[in-house]
Design a protein around this ligand. Structure first.
Ligand SMILES: C[S@@+](CC[C@H](N)C(=O)[O-])C[C@H]1O[C@@H](n2cnc3c(N)ncnc32)[C@H](O)[C@@H]1O
Length: 213
């Protein structure tokens, strides 16, 4: 696909995802901020170009408002499943599914990602923006999510905070994974928690595609 056309289809996806409502009552210890539509569209678009969406089972681990699962659902997966530990955003995700109107239905499941609530399949792709583990008592949260991705999927895309490269590569090496793509992305985080002192702040993130064997 020519670059201009690819850019246009990615922008269209971001526009379709712009209707996804954010967390109604975000819970700071669970790091409930939603993945911006531009970033979600970027991840889903790259995954689609790699053949990681169409006809596959796509999991969104820590799906929150459903942004990544809904992005995938717009690109023809066999099935899409969003899992979150908190039931509140799952009901927002259901409403968001109606707003987005994708052809593929999404199953919204309440579960703890760290205890692997699903059966592994090679045809599965994980998309996830896990908690970074930045909140006290939550350190290593993204490690548990990567562990589950490695256990259930053939390939994963995950968003981490800037400076995670050596951790992600070492984790992949130790767990039968291979990082095939990496890109940086910055996004605006609106002020939604007490500990945020500005109206919004930009956070630098890194996205990794990992193939698991
Ligand atoms: C950064 S948010 C992801 C947001 C989501 N991609 C969106 O755009 O709304 C992290 C999500 O992980 C969920 N979460 C945290 N720990 C979890 C766990 N152990 N199992 C399942 N979900 C968890 C939180 O409730 C939150 O919705």
């Amino acid at each position: 696909m020519a670059d201009g056309t690819a850019g246009a289809t990615r922008r269209r996806l971001a526009q379709e995802l712009a209707v996804v409502a954010g967390f109604e009552d975000p819970h700071a210890p669970l790091e409930q901020y939603h993945t911006p539509p531009d970033l979600a569209a970027h991840i889903v678009h790259v995954a689609d170009l790699q053949g990681d969406v169409e006809g596959r089972t796509v999991f969104d681990l820590g799906c929150g408002t459903g942004m990544l699962a809904l992005g995938a659902a717009l690109r023809g997966p066999e099935r899409a499943i969003g899992i979150d530990i908190d039931p509140a955003p799952l009901s927002t995700a259901r409403e968001n599914e109606r707003r987005v109107g994708a052809m593929t239905d999404v199953s919204w499941v309440r579960g703890d990602v760290s205890v692997v609530p699903v059966i592994p399949t090679e045809d599965a792709t994980v998309l996830m923006n896990p908690p970074f583990g930045a909140q006290s008592g939550n350190e290593g949260a993204d490690r548990a999510f990567l562990q589950t991705a490695a256990a259930i999927a053939g390939v994963s895309y995950s968003v981490h905070n800037a400076g995670s490269e050596s951790f992600v590569r070492a984790f992949a090496d130790d767990n039968g994974g291979r990082v095939t793509h990496a890109f940086a992305a910055a996004f605006e985080l609106p002020r939604q928690f007490e500990h945020h002192d500005a109206d919004s702040r930009s956070i630098d993130t890194e996205v990794y595609r990992i193939e698991w064997t």
